[in-house]
Design a protein around this ligand. Sequence first.
Ligand code: HDE
Length: 697
Amino acid sequence: MTSTKKNVDLQHDIQEPTPGQGLTTDFGVKVSDTDNWLKVADGHHGGPSLLEDQIAREKIHRFDHERIPERVVHARGAGAHGYFKAYGDRASEYTTASVLTDSSRTTPVFMRFSTVQGSKGSADTVRDVRGFAIKFYTEEGNWDLVGNDIPVFFIQDAMKFPDFVHAVKPEPDTDVPQGQSAHNNFWDFVGLQPESAHMVMWVMSDRGIPRSFRMMQGFGVNTYTLLNSKDERHFVKFHFIPELGVHSLVWDEALKICGQDPDFHRKDLNEAIENKAYPKWTLAIQVIPESKEHEFDFDILDATKIWPEELVPLHDIGELVLNRVVDEFFPETEQVAFCTSHVVPGIGFSDDPLLQGRNFSYFDTQVSRLGINWEELPINRPVCPVLNFNRDGKHRTRIVKSDINYWPNRKNIGHPVAAADGGYAEFAQRVEGIKQRARGEKFQEHYNHAQLFFNSLNDHEKTHLRSAISFELSHCDDPIVYKSYIGVLSNIDFEFAKEIAIKVGGDLPDKPGRPNHGQKSKSLSQTYYMPKEPTIVSRRVAILVADGFNAIEMETVRLALHSAKAVCYVIGPRRSRIQPASGQNVGAGVFADHHFEGQRSTLFDAIYIPSGEEHVKALARNGRAIHWIREAFGHCKPIGAVGEGVNFLREIVRLPGVKLFVPSHGDMDEVVTSYGVVTTGEYSGSSAATDILGFGP
Ligand code: HDE
């Protein structure tokens, strides 16, 4: 692990209790009894409790005040530490920000992923946008890039944010639903706000149910600006591309994992870091020189639009790596606080009306969550010197030894620094106009990019999109709501709108709204982001065994999986030793990590069934083991089997219309007899295993 300046800085605040170390009160006095309140012994019940007991009172007081308000949005989250490193000085043509241009630096980062709708205790795998917030602790101060895993947003103007959030959050009368946008108020709002059409398509696509935080793209979403040493300004969009590719769950899996392991994404992040499979992203930028600001048929400051890569290419400028899990959730992940307004010299804002509102909102919300001195908290404080005359306020911790707390002063302490010496300088932007409540002309167009996104999806992505929207609209019981949304959809794609109308019982639109322009952009389908080399690094493989399995073969396969950096778990009928096939050394048995009921196939990426006659007979008698395999097959996961394992696999996935798919090995029988088999529930529309087995799409 790289020891960054922030890791060193946090060392001062990290306390590591040693075994046998005794308890104290908050004021440092040793505690001799933390289990019994001080009482007047009456010989019967222990007697009345005394208010005098300052030790018990302190314990209860502290407990009573443990909670702080959860974030009004993005309440559910997980965080990790890491670093950012620029690739050479590729970005110096655009910016003076050393964090982006100085490859000799390792800039510490803290990153928090989140869901938007649900409260702090909601499940990880709900359909939602994921937050992708990064705090860069640069030498020039903190830079917070508070992004999402989707490149656009629901609204164009910050003034609509409270309406949007009220509409998507649980309804005010019942406080229902939790961790879901599948309800009347959300679809009512977005049906009446066509500016959200593009974003709704993204959230309903596979992007709304990522397999892992580590397999999501990240986007700054808003348009920022970069300022170079010649005082030239470029508009910029930030993109993070995951090394492992962009991958999603299927909806049936996501729904089940909500119950089977609501912390799936949090655990996945920690598991990967602890196994040293450090999550990694390439930072790429899209830049538009100021002179070209108006050359596009969309407004480049409109956060409901993307900048298609065909028009504005990406430049890779650095990499972001997460390599340390948090030591304690509350002081780090809960108290970390981001502000879009926190930028460093060389990075600036644009007139993007969403960004302008965000720049007000984040500081404000931190004051309500954490108090005015929130930037002094260890996780939030910069690694560079901080000096100013902001003083006092609740929970002030910094002590400044000086008789001066104002500017100007006779000692010249705290003087502003000129831009040439690293002071933050705003770009000298010429502004003139009429004060009015209005949006630009190109902000009025809402469907071109929604169509572009829809057209760019491949067939299975469209199938998933169709079933996601149908699921959500089926949860709306007010017909006005789903009828109105079908109207929005018919402006995106008429045929698609008709299919949804049939599914959810809405009125069929009689004529297309807007004709579909038919254009595509290749980078909008997530399959575009497959890693260059296929990899199973950090993928979870379940090895299903029962007594009598072939342990020697299993260990060979397990070793191979390990060396390819997959994470293997043995699943058996009980969480204890599982005996190997007769004739094999009993010591060669294996201790199961879980039993069949304790974990489900949904929590794994692949399954392997070793050979062994007795073991396969036992699996065949176990309904849950059969379900494991059928479910994994239905979710199109790779299933490897050898010897008797293959026959078993064949038996239980032999279904009318379902083909066993054997990647690259050709004829199955030949493969089966010589090597074993790897198969997946091939996805091919209505005859797919997913449909027949009832596990999707
Ligand atoms: Fe946020 N948003 N947001 N948001 N947002 C918050 O700040 C807000 C928007 C995003 O892990 C809040 O600290 C307004 C876009 C993330 O701590 C709050 C508007 C994007 C996080 C707030 C937006 C985001 C937040 C709540 C419209 C993607 C979690 C708690 C103008 C680029 C950060 C907090 C974390 C959190 C306001 C729109 C992403 C209330 C007013 C667009 C990832 O300040």
